[in-house]
Design a protein around this ligand. Structure first.
Ligand SMILES: Nc1ncnc2c1ncn2[C@@H]1O[C@H](COP(=O)(O)OP(=O)(O)OP(=O)(O)O)[C@@H](O)[C@H]1O
Ligand SMILES: Nc1nc2c(ncn2[C@@H]2O[C@H](COP(=O)(O)O)[C@@H](O)[C@H]2O)c(=O)[nH]1
Length: 217
C-alpha cells in the first residue's frame, strides 16, 4: 500500500476518519476535502436507512435492505459496521483496499464504533478527527436547516449527541466547526501534516541515500 507523495517520496496510504455528533458538519467538510485535496478518495458506506431527498445511490451511500446488509457482513465484505440511530451502516472493504493499493488516501465519515474497529485493524494507518459543533443550539439549528429529517428523527439525533460526544477523547485531533472555512483549513492542515509523517514515508531512506550519493560525488 504505497503512494507517491507530491515530492516523489513513496509513502503508505492513510485512512482519514471524520466523526461527530449528527449535524456537526462531517459531510460538508468531507465534500470540501474531496473537491480540494488530490489523492483522497471517499469511502461510500452501505446503509439500511432510507434515502434522503437529494441523496444519490453510490455517491452518498449504497442503500440496501437488512437482508443484503447482513449478507455483506457475513461474507466479510465490510471492513467495519455498526448500528446507528436504529439503522445499520458499514464500510465496503474492496473499494478501500483498492484505493489504498492504488496509492490513494481514503476518507471516512463514520461513527465512533466504526473508528474503533478501523483502529483495531490498522492503528498506524488511521488518522482520526472529531468534529465539534460550537454549541448545542448551533447543532440543533443545523439539523433543522439541513431540512432532510423529520422532527422525530432530529429529536432522536439530538438525544444521541451526548453519547456521541463522550467519545471525543479517543480521537487524534479535535476541530470545532464554527466557521466552515476555518474548520476546513484545520482539517486540511491535519491531512497535509499526516501525509508528511516520517514513519509513513517508506521511500525516505532511499531518497536520502540518493541525496548522499549525489553529495559524495
Ligand atoms: N460551520 C457551519 N456553519 C453553519 N452551518 C453549517 C456549518 N457546517 C455545516 N453546516 C450545515 O449544517 C448542516 C449539517 O451538516 P452536515 O450534513 O455536514 O453534518 P453531518 O455531521 O454530516 O451530519 P450527519 O452525521 O447527520 O450526516 C448542513 O445543512 C450544513 O450545510
Ligand atoms: N460505523 C459507521 N458509521 C457510519 C457509516 N456511514 C455513516 N456512518 C455514521 O452514521 C451516522 C448517521 O449518518 P447519516 O448519514 O444517517 O446522517 C453518522 O455519524 C455517520 O458518520 C459507516 O459505514 N460505518
Amino acid at each position: 500500500m504505497t503512494a507517491q507523495g507530491f515530492d516523489g517520496v513513496e509513502r503508505r496510504g492513510l485512512m482519514f476518519v471524520l466523526s461527530s455528533p449528527s449535524g456537526a458538519g462531517k459531510t460538508t467538510l468531507s465534500r470540501m476535502l474531496i473537491d480540494r485535496m488530490p489523492g483522497l478518495k471517499m469511502s461510500v458506506s452501505a446503509t439500511t436507512r432510507p434515502k434522503r431527498p437529494g441523496e444519490v445511490e453510490g455517491r452518498d451511500y449504497f442503500f440496501v435492505d437488512k437482508t443484503k446488509f447482513e449478507a455483506m457482513a457475513k461474507q466479510g465484505e465490510l471492513l467495519e459496521w455498526a448500528t446507528v440511530f436504529d439503522n445499520r451502516y458499514g464500510t465496503p472493504r474492496a473499494p478501500v483496499e483498492a484505493a489504498l493499493a492504488a496509492g490513494e488516501d481514503v476518507l471516512f465519515d463514520i461513527d465512533w464504533q466504526g473508528t474503533q474497529q478501523l483502529r483495531e485493524k490498522a492503528r498506524a494507518d488511521v488518522v482520526s478527527v472529531f468534529i465539534l459543533p460550537p454549541s448545542a443550539a448551533d447543532l440543533e439549528k443545523r439539523l433543522h436547516t439541513r431540512a432532510q429529517d423529520s422532527e422525530e428523527v432530529i429529536r432522536g439525533r439530538m438525544n444521541r449527541a451526548t453519547h456521541e460526544l463522550s467519545h471525543w477523547a479517543e480521537y487524534d485531533y479535535i476541530v470545532v466547526n464554527q466557521n466552515v472555512d476555518d474548520a476546513f483549513a484545520e482539517v486540511q492542515s491535519i491531512l497535509k501534516a499526516e501525509r508528511l509523517k516520517r514513519e509513513r514515508r517508506t521511500g525516505l531512506t532511499e531518497f536520502v541515500r540518493r541525496l548522499q550519493r549525489q553529495l559524495e560525488k
